[in-house]
Write a protein that binds this ligand. Structure first.
Ligand SMILES: [Fe+2]
Ligand SMILES: [Fe+2]
Length: 210
């Protein structure tokens, strides 16, 4: 498969429909649209825009796969097995998804930029690229998310962005960093309140962004 732009996106959407539930696909398409808006807002060039949009379409490709199958995928791709093998952390789908997507679509479509953004979309990671951050934020603020913190972050980001001169990239990316930090803060607070595991990559992302 070597189409570009909308033709490529159409083919990917058709393929991911085999793996994602209807509601998941609605979320995926919403992240894709959010990434297009963010790409406009951040003035991404054609290449970066394409990487971001491709990663958006593929990011949750294994999210609907069961825990047992996730463990199988971990073994297949040589990923570190989750400590509690019966119940892998939900974040594992970002890792299995990147490998699975690369297996299906190949390295031309799932290149290192797309792979990297997919494999950090839930937790973030140390030293995230701008594409990693944009997908991370888009996944959190896309408009089908109904949590108050998601809605508030979406409103905040667009409001603050509206105040910045579009040529002031430094200010735009400072705002993006703040959004990632705040989203990690919300998520860690939620996880601690629920007494759930925290993927250590989220802490590494937090430390590297402060
Ligand atoms: Fe996800
Ligand atoms: Fe997602």
């Amino acid at each position: 498969m070597n189409p570009i732009g909308e033709e490529k996106y159409f083919k990917i959407k058709k393929e991911i429909g085999k793996y994602e539930s209807e509601s998941r696909l609605a979320h995926t398409c919403s992240v894709f649209e959010e990434c297009k808006r963010l790409a406009d807002m951040y003035g991404l060039d054609e290449n970066d825009r394409d990487k971001l949009c491709t990663a958006a379409l593929l990011h949750d490709i294994t999210k609907d796969i069961s825990g047992a199958k996730q463990i199988e995928l971990c073994k297949k791709y040589g990923l570190r097995s989750p400590e509690n093998a019966k119940e892998p952390m939900p974040t594992i789908h970002q890792d299995t998804g990147a490998y699975f997507a690369r297996e299906i679509f190949g390295e031309e479509i799932v290149d290192d930029v797309v792979f990297g953004a997919m494999s950090a979309h839930t937790t973030g990671k140390e030293d995230m690229s701008n594409i990693d951050k944009l997908l991370f934020v888009a996944d959190y603020i896309e408009p089908t998310r109904k949590y108050n913190s998601c809605i508030a972050m979406r409103e905040y980001l667009y409001k603050e962005c509206g105040k910045i001169n579009k040529n002031d990239k430094a200010a735009l990316y400072r705002l993006l960093n703040k959004a990632v930090i705040d989203i990690i803060g919300y998520t860690v607070t939620f996880l601690t309140e629920k007494r759930r595991n925290i993927d250590c990559r989220m802490i590494l992302a937090w430390n590297s962004l402060l």
